[in-house]
Design a protein. Structure first.
Length: 466
């Protein structure tokens, strides 16, 4: 269900929308709000209507009293509507959004109601509507890191103007100091802006003119070639030569240096790649955890390259591969541990270390890291998922089940992440011998995605045995 323009909505909704606009022009705000809500209940993806509704809601709020008592009473009155909206969000996001708008009609700054509108829009695949709701939340909570990162991600998905998101991220980094997650979000958003300026976004939507397509064509082609996953041999070598020449002319251009380091790595020129990263680390810009991560990724690639070069016909092929894989895991654990010590407050690195410990079978160590990493709102659910799996590995099945259940409560939208949590809970309940409770979890997934993992088989076997 994509976001819609006025030309794409149903005729009856268009007529209601016209009446709502007329009521707004006559300064009949309450009637306009009621009509706009009716339109959105039929066309939840009609963003222009939602914007006009929000404007009327804010105008109404500005006219009313802003006293503490009035706000308290308004909040108390909206609680049942919010509770209803949260209850139906996963199964009927459109109705949940409609209920949330009723709350926003009395309190347009309600973070809980805006959250429901955003989550409902995400569930219905309405990226622009989701961005609109998240933008309002950011306006009221500009220092909420997790919210800001989420807003940036949805701006990238929606194709909306990224300028406001970039400014908000830059301001939080400026006032709060360096943060790896915020910096990465800003880089991702800036990349989206570059693509838009190069005409890619317009080309994707079919709205680009011939002149738009030609604008910055040479630079756009270079960007595309540099970031293409599978590169033609000659193109990659030509780009490497070109970037080597540019570095001679622009020795302070860190972006070019990092791009060159990436291309060296892709061409298995690992020593040269690491040398560039080491040089950047020795500069004033060296206190950047993403550099340490980049160096680690190159060295892991180097291990993978060595593994691929082992003679498959050698008598000790399996032993050689096993040793290299063990050396690779040992390096990853040691390197990530050093990064944790260097950046002790970066919980994203602790999450990364937890995953490595989990993969290495160091379950106690993994539990300790995931318990800390879950304090990062951006990693919370993923950390809880791993934590529960760790408890299960330790045969602490009751704690594992409770952790999965708590994580599921945090996730109103039934996306792949929630399916994975529900599936893992079902597996733990199976192990505990709670077959009926387990099959209820699998059926929840089956109702929305019968092809997810082996839930189709599990549900079929259950009913066949009846």
């Amino acid at each position: 269900m994509p976001d819609k323009s006025i030309s794409e909505i149903a005729p009856d909704a268009r007529r209601l929308f016209t009446k709502a606009n007329e009521a707004a022009q006559r300064d009949n705000g309450d009637y306009a709000i009621d009509l706009y809500c009716q339109v959105l209940s039929r066309e939840p993806g009609f963003l222009e209507c939602r914007r006009l509704l929000r404007a009327e809601q804010q105008k109404k709020a500005a006219k009313g009293s802003s006293g503490f008592f009035k706000k308290m009473m308004s909040g108390a009155g909206s609680s049942p509507q919010l509770a209803k909206a949260k209850l139906i969000l996963s199964k009927n996001p459109a109705d949940a959004m409609a209920a949330a708008e009723q709350v926003l009609s009395s309190d347009p700054a309600s973070a809980a109601a805006l959250r429901i509108v955003a989550d409902g829009a995400m569930a219905l695949d309405l990226p622009k509507t989701a961005c609109f709701a998240l933008e309002s939340m950011v306006d009221h909570s500009p220092k909420d890191k997790a919210l800001l990162i989420e807003y940036a991600e949805w701006l990238s998905k929606s194709g909306e103007d990224t300028a406001k998101g970039e400014r908000a991220l830059q301001e939080l980094i400026r006032t709060g100091g360096y943060d790896g997650d915020l910096s990465q979000a800003l880089k991702n958003l800036s990349a989206r802006t570059t693509m838009d300026k190069g005409g890619y976004n317009a080309a994707e939507t079919g709205k680009a003119s011939f002149r738009d397509m030609l604008r910055n064509r040479e630079e756009a082609n270079k960007l595309e070639q540099a970031n293409r996953v599978v590169k033609d041999e000659d193109v990659t070598e030509r780009l490497i030569r070109e970037y080597e020449e540019r570095i001679q002319k622009e020795p302070a251009n860190l972006k070019i240096k990092r791009e060159l380091a990436k291309m060296y790595s892709e061409k298995s020129r690992f020593t040269e790649s690491i040398a560039i990263y080491d040089a950047i680390k020795a500069s004033d810009a060296g206190n950047d955890p993403t550099l340490d991560r980049a160096i680690a990724e190159v060295k892991v690639k180097q291990f993978d390259h060595l593994i691929s070069q082992v003679n498959p016909f050698a008598a000790d092929h399996a032993d050689q591969v096993a040793k290299l894989q063990a050396d690779k895991m040992s390096y990853q654990l040691d390197e990530c541990q050093k990064r944790v010590e260097r950046y002790p407050t970066d919980l994203a690195i602790r999450f990364e270390l937890g995953v490595l410990c989990f993969q290495a079978g160091k379950i106690s160590e993994a539990i300790a890291e995931f318990q800390k990493a879950q304090q990062n709102p951006h990693k919370k659910l993923a950390a809880m998922n791993y934590l529960a799996q760790c408890y299960s590995r330790r045969k602490m099945y009751d704690i594992a089940a409770r952790t999965f259940q708590n994580a599921i409560k945090e996730k109103p939208v039934f996306d792949n992440e929630k399916k994975d949590l529900v599936y893992n809970l079902g597996c733990v309940l199976e192990t505990m011998g709670k077959k009926e409770e387990a099959i209820e979890q699998f059926k929840l997934i089956f109702e929305v995605d019968a092809s997810f993992k082996d839930v189709g088989k599990k549900v079929d076997e259950y009913y066949s045995a009846q």
